[in-house]
Design a protein around this ligand. Structure first.
Ligand code: SAM
Length: 276
């Protein structure tokens, strides 16, 4: 019988965030696939778990994915961990999950620490609808193209960013989304120096120009405000009815059509069209 793959989230700063279920899964798995075996070894030492580790990271995943898959197909259970947070979210694992799904292997994701969700919940921005945009490219052109594709995005947008690229990213965002767009900069979540700065893009640029950013950041940017359509006036309605009548429509039908197209009450359009 084939084994299975467990996705095991690990703390993003506070070791106390490892859950009982994650502990048990790491203990019971036949082997652990880890992004960086040295980082995972520290966690296992803290938990008092001894287990065989294989490395699975960005640059060996094509080859190692097959090795892991074969072991699972032979009946072993694999626990996949990344350096911190949820595997497969801007971390190695996405490919392995796809491979397992295609091979009909059961994948079980254990819920737990994840920087994007922790940041969204603490951001103070709207949480009802959001989109996760991951890391922006380091190349200026594609970074700008990515941001420009989001100009009309009304959902809250969440980005991961490294501290040394933060200022450039904030400057680009301020140019594309405008300096008044609200942003929450969520830094060092669950750690000793956790901080959430709720401000605007313009002010964030000013702040981090003066003080170089340090630590890990998630950026939660408010979506674009809803486009407000200007309400049609009585003059607009009269002109609209007149045009429809010129095109051959009866007065009654023109009033009906105008009310529908301009989203106005029929009585208002009727009154506006009285003098035509
Ligand atoms: N898979 C992980 C997750 O979803 O939690 C994310 C891994 S990604 C390679 C690392 C990025 O997550 C960092 O560059 C930062 O943007 C964010 N991050 C991770 N831990 C964080 C923390 N404690 N505080 C703020 N951001 C964090």
């Amino acid at each position: 019988m084939a084994g299975m793959l467990y996705l095991v989230p690990t703390p993003i700063g506070n070791l106390g965030d490892i859950s009982q279920r994650c502990r048990e899964t790491l203990e019971q798995a036949d082997f652990i696939a880890a992004e960086d075996t040295r980082v995972t070894m520290k966690l296992l030492n803290y938990l008092g778990i001894k287990k065989s580790l294989v490395s699975y990271y960005e640059h060996n995943k094509a080859f190692k994915g097959n090795v892991i898959l074969e072991r699972i197909q032979a009946g072993e259970t694999c626990a996949l961990v990344s350096d911190a947070g949820s595997p497969a979210i801007s971390d190695p694992g996405e490919e392995l999950v796809k491979q397992c799904a295609e091979a009909g292997i059961t994948v079980c994701a254990i819920p737990g620490p994840c920087a994007v969700i922790t940041a969204l919940s603490i951001s103070g921005q709207s949480t009802g609808r959001f989109c996760f945009e991951g890391f922006l490219s380091t190349a200026k052109k594609s970074r700008r193209e990515h941001l420009e594709s989001l100009i009309k995005e009304q959902r809250t947008m969440i980005f991961y960013e490294a501290p040394h690229k933060l200022l450039t990213t904030l400057e680009d965002m301020a140019q594309v989304f405008g300096i008044d767009r609200p942003i929450s900069l969520c830094r060092e979540l669950t750690k000793l120096h956790e901080e959430v700065v709720r401000t605007t893009l313009g002010e964030a640029v000013a702040q981090y120009t003066q003080n170089a950013p340090r630590g890990e950041f998630v950026l939660v940017v408010a979506g674009a405000p809803e486009e407000t359509k200007e309400e049609a006036t009585a003059e607009d309605a009269a002109a609209y009815v007149a045009r429809l009548m010129e095109e051959g429509m009866s007065r009654k039908d023109a009033i009906k059509q105008t009310a529908k197209d301009l989203n106005l009450p029929k009585n208002t359009v009727y009154d506006a069209a009285l003098n035509l």
